[in-house]
Design a protein around this ligand. Structure first.
Ligand code: ADP
Ligand code: DAR
Length: 349
């Protein structure tokens, strides 16, 4: 990453929130500031400057980035989340508050369900500013805590460093492991010293997984075949509380759980289903009417920036900050019920 100290050029077709809110005045105001980790504005905006097709384009290097560079982060957070600089985040990880009987007990539509949260360790820099030694210490601390888990969460940590290409590709194609080499993360400095310090923990059934030192220091994941969304949420909340007995997560009253990308702040939760809607997806306008109504995002089935395959889509909550974890999952559940209802109506025609 370079500290150019020059106002960046954005192509005329650039639609990132970075290009919208990094005015020359804001750049001049912030360009000489640094956070306690030594993180600079040029480092925070590097991803969006190098990738003009970014949607957002900025990453925080530490919790202090959100105050040191607030003149840039605040309007981006407000536009993306509808959350002002004076709002406070509230968390609710109680699965008893979720109203979600299995919407597809015959497994006709929902291929699989996955709910994940991002977490970072308190009082440490985030991925873009962490040192190699600090990142290795995160791996040691987190893997020790995970390897002590018992019962249905019991499993093993597998470092990426030294993992065979065959095993890592199989885990990625089975949707369990993160892809390597994302250019947005690369430009943000999140891939430095790759693959050292990175790895994956999973239980024997691969229904509970933790990614270590990808975009965030932990991605805590619960997933399984089918549509029992409540069971997936219950497993995730059980795991989070167990891990929190050993590790303090970075959290603020204003922004909730702190993450490197501002889109993940708050709950840092993405609750998704892979769902078969071949008829509904032919009428994409109607498809999006339903997903927009329930604050949902449509993705492809091989991760962010991927395409749908065979009429199967990744449908997940879009709201993460200013809503609770229960509301995130309820958003997804309520939207999925409507998608299935509409798909059934089209099947009947
Ligand atoms: P995230 O930021 O939530 O990790 P990605 O879109 O990058 O999201 O997905 C990461 C991995 O998780 C990908 O391999 C993707 O296919 C997989 N995945 C996401 N949602 C589901 C789901 N509901 N069922 C199975 N795999 C999923
Ligand atoms: N590609 C970046 C990040 C957007 C949100 N996705 C994350 N954090 N994985 C962008 O600015 O489009």
């Amino acid at each position: 990453m370079s500290d150019t100290n020059e106002y960046p050029h954005f192509p005329s077709d650039c639609k990132s929130l970075l290009s919208k809110y990094l005015t020359k005045e804001v750049y001049t105001q912030l360009k000489d500031k640094t956070t306690p980790s030594g993180f600079t504005l040029d480092e925070a905006i590097a991803s969006g400057v190098q990738n003009s097709d970014s949607g957002i384009g900025v990453y925080a290097g530490d919790i202090e980035s959100y105050t040191t560079f607030s003149a840039l982060f605040d309007p981006i957070i407000e536009e993306y989340h509808g959350f002002s600089k004076t709002d406070s985040h509230i968390s609710n990880l109680n699965p008893n508050d979720l109203k979600a009987p299995n919407p597809d007990p015959e497994n006709k539509y929902i291929v699989s369900t996955r709910i994940r949260v991002g977490r970072n360790i308190a009082n440490l820099p985030l991925g873009p500013a962490i040192s190699n030694e600090q990142r290795d210490n995160v791996e040691n601390q987190v893997s020790q805590a995970l390897n002590a888990l018992e019962g249905s969460l019991k499993g093993k940590y597998y470092p990426l460093d030294g993992m065979s290409e065959e095993i890592s590709q199989k885990l990625i194609s089975d949707h369990f492991l993160f892809k390597a080499g994302d250019r947005f993360l690369e430009a943000a400095g999140l891939n430095r010293n790759w693959p050292k310090g990175r790895g994956i923990y999973h239980n024997d059934e691969k229904t509970f997984l933790v990614w270590v030192n990808e975009e965030d220091q932990l991605r805590i994941i619960s997933m399984q075949k089918g549509g029992d969304i409540k069971e997936v949420f219950q497993r995730l909340t059980d795991a989070i509380s167990k891990i929190e007995e050993k590790i303090e997560f970075s959290y603020s009253e204003h922004l909730g759980y702190i993450t490197s990308c501002p889109t993940n702040l708050g709950t840092a939760m993405r609750a998704s289903v892979h769902i078969k809607v071949p008829n509904l997806s032919k009428d994409y306008t109607r498809f999006e009417e339903i997903t927009n109504k329930y604050h949902l995002q449509i993705r492809g089935i091989n991760g962010e920036h991927s395409q749908s395959v065979g009429g199967i889509y990744d449908i997940s909550n879009k709201r993460r900050l200013g809503v609770t974890e229960v509301q995130c999952v309820q958003d997804m559940y309520d939207g999925v019920v409507q998608l299935i209802k509409r798909e059934k109506e089209l099947e009947a025609k």
